[in-house]
Design a protein around this ligand. Sequence first.
Ligand SMILES: *[C@@H]1O[C@H](CO)[C@@H](O)[C@H](O)[C@H]1NC(C)=O
Ligand SMILES: *[C@@H]1O[C@H](CO)[C@@H](O)[C@H](O)[C@H]1NC(C)=O
Length: 424
Amino acid sequence: MLPAVLLVAVTFTYSIAWVLYWNMAGARTFSALPLNPRRVWKVNKVFFSVVLSNLTLIPIGLSLLKYRYWTVRGSTQVVMNVHYNPERPHNTLDVYVPQDPAQVMDSKSYRLSEKTRNDAKTLRPVIVFIYGGAWSSGSKWMYTLVGARLRSMGYVVVVPDYSIFPQGQIFDMEQDVRRAIQWAYRNCMTFGGDPQRIYIKGHSAGAHLCALTILNDSIQRIPPSLFGSSPTAISTSPILSTLFSRNLQSKNDSDDALPRIRGMILCSGVYEIGEHFKHETMRGVEEISAMARVMGNSESSFRTYSPTCILQELLQVSTRVDRNYPTESQTRHRNMLRHLKSLLPAETLVVHGDLDQTVPMRSSSEFYMELKTLQLGPSAKFRIIQGMGHEEPVVALMPCSARDAPFRQALMDEISQFIDARRA
Ligand SMILES: *[C@@H]1O[C@H](CO)[C@@H](O)[C@H](O)[C@H]1NC(C)=O
Ligand SMILES: *[C@@H]1O[C@H](CO)[C@@H](O)[C@H](O)[C@H]1NC(C)=O
């Protein structure tokens, strides 16, 4: 009896692990499949915890269906499937348009009347929301209720689909995020949004994409002369050399620059790929996870795509003191920081739950430390939410009649204080 039960259990757990490897790790040969029982056990553990947490999402799924296919059908509250990136027309975005009695929408064209458009006072802050999903899953459809929530708080919300793995690599994702922000900037007034108050909000992998896209764009626009008269300063940093080599090629591409972002809200994010790879390895999921493949599979490319490492190298390069001209070096450093500050979002809010098992809180605290070391601290806030896990920053926002989610109020307060405090 016992051997039979054991045999069934072993077959079952190995089958699950192997199917996951086949589907997610691209394992096509026997030698690529896991044999080590420890790994099989770890993979099963993660798999069943994901299945369990998805089961708790069923009531939210029902609310989602009701909202998307019933409540907003034919209304002007949500404008769906708008093209935003000519290079990849299959990716589209949804826009959530807040209700405002003062606004008169033309229901055919989804445009605000001329009168409302010209009245800047009624314009709302805009949030571009970049969802997570380990760079390999997720869709704007799944985050309909996040859009609905933020819309009900009075914001124009833009939720794009972007090129997830295997359709896209990290630079494709970055480009999609850029295009979505640019689209929001050019078009938000049509929906009552204020192009001077564009915020981007990302969760998990989405927070990584937001931080990376913004840092890349800002650093590329610092004049190289602020790093020192000779190019050797930059050449000591592999990351900055890569960024600037592209910069020099496309110097005239001023059309492509991002607009100034007012603020960035980063929840449960990954900011150092190498560290996160270690964490994935500890959980036994580094082969199933697409992260390493998305980020170029090498230690140096991991660093290139790590916002924390980018900030570290930026600091190292800019604080290098030229012994012959110490005062000039310091002035240059100050000028560089001032310039960077004028390019980065005016404010950043970093949020992380202390019970996050998927992305440890250390990820956010180290990223925030780097912001502070660069003296970007005053414009950056770090909020640790006690007892919160990985998914809550999005799941708790989803309106669902079946329950009143913990952390919902806390998260909404953080967001509205962050965005509206400056207006008051
Ligand atoms: C930075 O952005 C450019 C496009 O502007 C892109 O080609 C490059 O891959 C990005 N690099 C990093 C490190 O994100
Ligand atoms: C950039 O474009 C301007 C005008 O469009 C031109 O005068 C200038 O030479 C260009 N610079 C480079 C580096 O190509």
